[in-house]
Write a protein that binds this ligand. Structure first.
Ligand code: C2O
Ligand code: CU
Length: 524
């Protein structure tokens, strides 16, 4: 194993990813941030120096952080925020392989730009060396206003409307805004080069696709090319007829690796990321796109093709919007059965209701999560040895069985879908479907369920997951639509606090809280 060190300077830059210039929260001036790439077993050390002019943290999405809960990057749960002008070093070992990403977990900061890919290779993986080459491809919704403008609108008293509407779709950080629109202003460039992937006819390519969006669910396609799914959220999947798809549905924070066989005539082909207009239940599951269908494109360029724009035609999106890829397509490569017996079960009711200031907030079991930045949950547990002193608004759920298996039944009474993510674990996806009556859930699959770390709960539907309580610490469980996070759709799972409280908090993590509290007191 190797130690891989990175220096991340967080700073704002004026960039024009889709042609429209705005301030972007970058890592080392880049958007998306630099690629972190390593082998399974390696240690990752990245020193973050914060020059944003506001606090920040970085979460490595999907990484288990075994024994390093305090480097999970969740302010108020696993660490204090890194104050402006201060540095903090994340340091953890990779026990997994696959496609991951890192992003700010401080307020909605990642939507302003702080995202980047994190790829872990494993020479023992079935699909290692299965392809001639590989590419990392991020897709994202993109907004011209910073979240410091968007978020207060979304959280205004009395507001019950929609999420902010994205201005563009970016593929690997490049988009094409229509500069003739009145909102474009004079500082707009219509000629941003689309993300272009050079391929050679006859070769096979692994594309690692990461959805880094604030809210968008996408249908991802490459014209004329089918996609063989080989990995979902870090888990290799079985090679079967059903693992070959034309249309890949991908929600916020989810990742897929697909193999693209470049066996088509030498030409240019569109790569497309399309947001269906809405993701609400409809009669007979019909898809009802409106005219403002949001469409992002990149280009698959065969060696020898001219440089003209592709003329290829899209696949039709004949799938229900805002649902996960069907389970048959993504069976884990290695058979793995969840435990039949559950030691701890939580039923989480997700609802939406105004609070005492008439702000419409999301609730889990009628409580809207509020982070306490200066007093992270895991430090409280390390100091007190328990978790009994948590406020209701902390949405803390504890379980203290070693060898435990936790079951979460998520009941979504809302008319929209939510991509739920569990920190510190991958889970077996036992059931999902319509209906929120806990006595009337869809059939549990305990034989060969999908394993992943982010899964969609359907509108007015349920999601049932199981995971092993094998990782003591404080783990966030939340919807990954960032506007919903800020409106409270978050719980924290306090895993084996008795055992966790015996661990020793590193000095730098303690010191960070001192620095954070000083910085807050100075401002008063
Ligand atoms: Cu990708 Cu809690 O986050
Ligand atoms: Cu949500």
């Amino acid at each position: 194993p190797t130690t891989r060190s990175y220096e991340f300077e967080l700073r704002k830059e004026n960039l024009s990813p889709d042609g429209f210039e705005r301030t972007v929260w970058t890592v080392n001036g880049q958007y998306p941030g630099p690629l972190i790439q390593a082998n399974k077993g390696d240690r990752i050390v990245f020193k973050v120096t914060n020059n944003f002019g506001e606090p920040a943290t970085i979460h490595s999405h999907g990484i288990f952080q075994r024994g390093t809960n305090w480097y999970d990057g969740v302010p108020g749960q696993t660490q204090c925020p890194i104050p402006d002008k201060k540095s903090f070093t994340y340091n953890y070992t990779l026990t997994q392989s696959g496609t991951y990403w890192y992003h700010s977990h401080f307020l909605a900061q990642y939507v302003d730009g702080l995202v980047g890919p994190l790829i872990v290779h494993d020479s023992e993986d079935y699909y290692f060396n299965n392809c001639d080459e590989e590419y990392v491809l991020t897709i994202s919704d993109w907004y011209h206003d910073p979240t410091s403008v968007l978020l207060p609108l979304r959280m205004a008293p009395g507001y019950t409307g929609l999420n902010p509407v994205p201005d563009s779709i970016l593929i690997s950080g490049a988009g094409q805004y229509n500069c003739s629109s009145p909102a474009a202003g004079s500082n707009c460039n219509s000629n941003v080069t689309p993300a272009t992937y050079n391929v050679q006819k006859g070769k096979k390519y692994r594309f690692r696709i990461i959805n880094t969006s604030a809210y968008a669910f996408f249908f991802f396609t490459i014209d004329n090319h089918s996609l063989k799914v080989i990995e979902v959220d870090g888990v290799s999947v079985k090679d079967t007829d059903s693992s070959i798809v034309n249309v890949l549905p991908i929600h916020c924070a989810q990742r897929y690796s697909v193999v693209v066989n470049c066996d088509q005539p030498i030409a240019n082909y569109f790569i497309r990321a399309v947001i269906p207009d809405q993701c609400v239940p409809r009669p007979n599951n019909t898809i009802n796109y409106n005219s403002s269908l949001t469409n992002g494109t990149g280009i698959l360029h065969y060696d020898g093709a001219d440089s003209n724009k592709p003329t290829s035609t899209p696949y039709s999106f004949d799938l229900p919007p805002c649902e996960d890829l069907n389970a048959d397509a993504i069976r884990p490569y290695e058979d793995s059965k969840p435990p039949v017996d559950v030691t701890d079960e939580f039923v989480f009711n997700v609802t939406f209701a105004p609070d005492d200031k008439n702000v419409s907030t999301f609730r889990i079991n009628n409580s809207s999560f509020v982070a306490v930045f200066n007093n992270p949950s895991n430090q409280r547990i390390l100091e007190t040895g328990g978790f009994s002193d948590f406020e209701v608004s902390q949405n803390a759920y504890g379980y203290d069985h070693s060898e435990g298996c936790v079951q979460i039944i998520l009941l979504n009474s809302l008319r929209t879908d939510h991509p739920f993510h569990l920190h510190g674990h991958a889970f077996w996806l036992i059931a999902s479907g319509p209906g929120i009556d806990p006595k009337n859930l869809s059939t549990f699959n305990l034989e060969n369920p999908v394993i992943r770390d982010t899964a969609v709960v359907p509108p007015q539907g349920h999601l049932v997951i199981r995971y092993l309580a094998d990782n003591p610490g404080v783990w966030a469980f939340h919807c990954h639509i960032e506007w919903h996070v800020e409106l409270g759709m978050v719980a924290q799972l306090i895993e084996r606090p008795t055992e966790f409280s015996k661990e020793t908090l590193p000095d730098d993590v303690k010191e960070l809280c001192v620095e954070y509290n000083n910085s807050v007191n100075k401002k008063r």
